[in-house]
Design a protein around this ligand. Structure first.
Ligand code: KG4
Ligand code: ZN
Length: 340
């Protein structure tokens, strides 16, 4: 097996990330700049602000990844770049930077699918058996995959509308809780013991596909019925009602965990040969859901893996891992590599 020292660049959304990865050794460095503070006032990612920030940070972040890894650009054999999916203006910054580096320093190029990065992020720290079921849930995507090997996976189900992370973000926004909503909802739910108070709808049980926009609407109508939200002025009317906020947060969290378990149960029926369950993406930072899925997996006699939080959200280490596999297969890109 040939040796690769990979520099990976990830700029698909609101994190400027770079990592150095050595075949046989693993992650030598993984650094990122999170733009959360820049977008917080807007309650979501503003594409124009994201691209400009990537442009400012990409140079220093790549340099920091090399320095932390204790290597120089000369030592690097391959440059990996996320090419899809993501915000076009953000992806282009990483692509242009990576291509310029590859051209100037005569490195091979590998284009990596961001979602493939998430799917295999569970393999960064663990030897995860194949085939397995992977639940990937973030602010932009929520899908269920049957993963046969590196590069060989099949989508079993996906959200038909919003991502699970968006449900957390949008419900948090309804109650003016702040952004991103996931960690805030997790904290409020924990304060009241992660109980289900309002029994929000779990959706269809007959398909592995999911829908989270209906759930957000159900929460909205429930708040209106409780006299806590004015639809006309789009205002939350009970900002001082701490208990209501906790109960909504807790009910939402339990509901989403239940939906995930429901979908995994169906997927396991369809793919009984799968040996493990993995949970990846920004939503996988949620300790309550992790615990629920871990217990569910044990009950179903399957191993459970979820990356450490630093590899759940967007990062370049996961891009490097996929790039290593692709480089070993000779799946290199030419300098006309583009975003897709
Ligand atoms: O993977 P990620 O960092 O970026 C995307 O690719 O979208 O995921 C961000 C999403 C946000 O929607 C955020 O609310 C959610 O992940 N998130 C969480 C938690 N931490 C982040 N959701 C639930 N519980 C958390 N602790
Ligand atoms: Zn992501």
């Amino acid at each position: 097996m040939s040796e690769h020292l990979i520099l990976a660049i990830e700029t698909s959304c609101d994190e400027t990330a770079a990592a150095v990865f050595k075949s046989g050794s693993g992650v030598l460095s993984s650094v990122l700049f999170s733009q959360i503070e820049l977008h917080r006032a807007f309650g979501g990612v503003v594409p124009e602000i994201a691209s400009r920030s990537h442009l400012e940070k990409i140079g220093p972040i790549v340099q920091e990844a090399l320095t932390t890894a204790g290597v120089s650009l000369d030592d690097i054999t391959d440059i990996a770049i996320t090419t899809k999916p993501g915000l076009p203006g953000s992806l282009l910054v990483g692509l242009a930077f990576g291509k310029a580096l590859a051209f100037a320093a005569h490195k091979r190029l590998v284009g990596v699918d961001h979602l493939e990065g998430h799917i295999f992020s569970s393999c960064l720290e663990n030897k995860v058996p194949f085939p397995h079921l992977c639940l990937a849930a973030s602010g932009g995507h929520t899908s269920l995959y049957c993963v046969h090997d590196f590069g060989a996976y099949k989508t079993v189900g996906h959200t038909l509308d919003d991502a699970a992370g968006e449900a957390f973000d949008k419900v948090a926004k309804l109650m003016d809780l702040g952004y991103p909503g996931g960690p805030i909802i997790e904290k409020l739910a924990h304060e009241v013991g992660n109980k289900d108070f309002f029994n929000y709808p779990r959706g269809s049980k007959s398909s592995c596909n999911m829908s989270f926009s209906g759930l957000k609407t159900a929460v909205l109508y429930d708040l209106v019925e409780k006299g806590a939200y004015n639809m006309n002025s789009k205002t939350f009317l009970k900002p001082a009602d701490a208990v209501l906020k906790q109960h909504v947060a807790s009910s939402l969290l339990v509901c989403i965990a239940d939906i995930f378990k429901q979908k995994l149960a169906l997927a396991l029926e369809l793919f009984p040969q799968t040996q493990a369950i993995t949970f990846v993406g920004g939503v996988a930072c949620n300790q309550f859901i992790r615990n629920q899925l871990a217990a569910w997996s044990t009950k179903n006699k399957r191993a459970f893996f979820s990356p450490s939080p630093k590899y759940c959200g967007d990062n370049a280490a996961m891009i490097a891992l996929v790039a290593q596999y692709k480089a070993q297969q000779g799946q290199y890109a030419s300098l006309d590599l583009d975003i897709l």
